[in-house]
Design a protein around this ligand. Structure first.
Ligand SMILES: Nc1ncnc2c1ncn2[C@@H]1O[C@H](COP(=O)(O)OP(=O)(O)OP(=O)(O)O)[C@@H](O)[C@H]1O
Length: 222
């Protein structure tokens, strides 16, 4: 079993303290969900854990050993799907997949709509296609852990099922996932482990406690 965790995260933007007790533990083969109101600090916590955001204080451990560099710089450790598009527009779709060590055949097997688009520049794809491409590639990338920031928002319902099946398939092979999304039905459907973020603090909960805590989550399940 592999474990990637961060603890004691303190993060401010200017004078605004956003995280004051940030904690997250990801375990291989499990799907962890992180939920909470808009602006509660979920994306910020992911970015700190990934190493893309510097915090006043944080430490990240892999299998009990403190990382001496950003997690994303450790080969084969972790990927992070941000909410915003990040693929350079002139890059070809196939080249983008290969840059994450994902063969194009794997992409088309997951999503046949991409057949024949290996040489297409990313900028020629629609916004929805670019989001599908990046999400599929990051999920399939051969790393230990994958963090997904709103993978279901702005995705067609039919394609959401494709993404969920892929996450389950990769988790069954041993990959650990951390997912945040406001499409609560889908994250709850996938979850093995539950985290709630409020007032800059991460709280570990079981499913019943989470539903009790959050009215909007409860509404989706009743
Ligand atoms: N680069 C930044 N500079 C200044 N403030 C920021 C920055 N990034 C985030 N914030 C603020 O920090 C707070 C937490 O933002 P964050 O995006 O981490 O929350 P979130 O829980 O992921 O929100 P959402 O669910 O809406 O995605 C918000 O008030 C946001 O406006």
């Amino acid at each position: 079993m592999d474990i990637l965790e961060t603890d004691s995260v303190t993060l401010s933007y200017g004078t605004k303290m956003v995280i004051s007790g940030g904690y997250m533990k990801m375990i291989s083969g499990r799907i962890h969900i992180l939920v909470g109101r808009n602006g509660s600090g979920k994306s910020s916590l992911m970015r700190v854990m990934f190493g893309a955001q510097t915090a006043e204080f944080s430490f990240v451990q892999y299998n009990g050993k403190k990382l001496s560099r950003a997690a994303y710089k450790v080969p084969g450790l972790v990927r992070y799907l941000p909410q915003f598009p990040f693929v350079p527009a002139p890059l070809k779709a196939g080249a983008f997949a290969r840059s994450y060590d994902v063969p194009w055949e794997r992409v088309t097997a997951c999503f046949p709509e991409f057949e024949g688009k290996e040489q297409a520049a990313v900028k020629s794809l629609s916004g929805g296609q670019i989001r599908m491409l990046t999400t599929i590639v990051l999920i399939c990338s051969p790393v230990k852990f994958v963090m997904l920031d709103e993978p279901f928002t702005h995705i067609m319902p039919l394609h959401i099922d494709t993404i969920k099946d892929l996450i389950r398939e990769e988790a069954a092979k041993g990959k650990g996932f951390l997912i945040t999304d406001h499409m609560y039905d889908h994250v709850l459907d996938l979850a093995d482990a539950y985290y709630y973020m409020e007032w800059g603090v991460t709280i570990t909960m079981n499913r019943a406690e989470l539903l009790e805590k959050d009215y909007f989550l409860r509404m989706r399940c009743e």
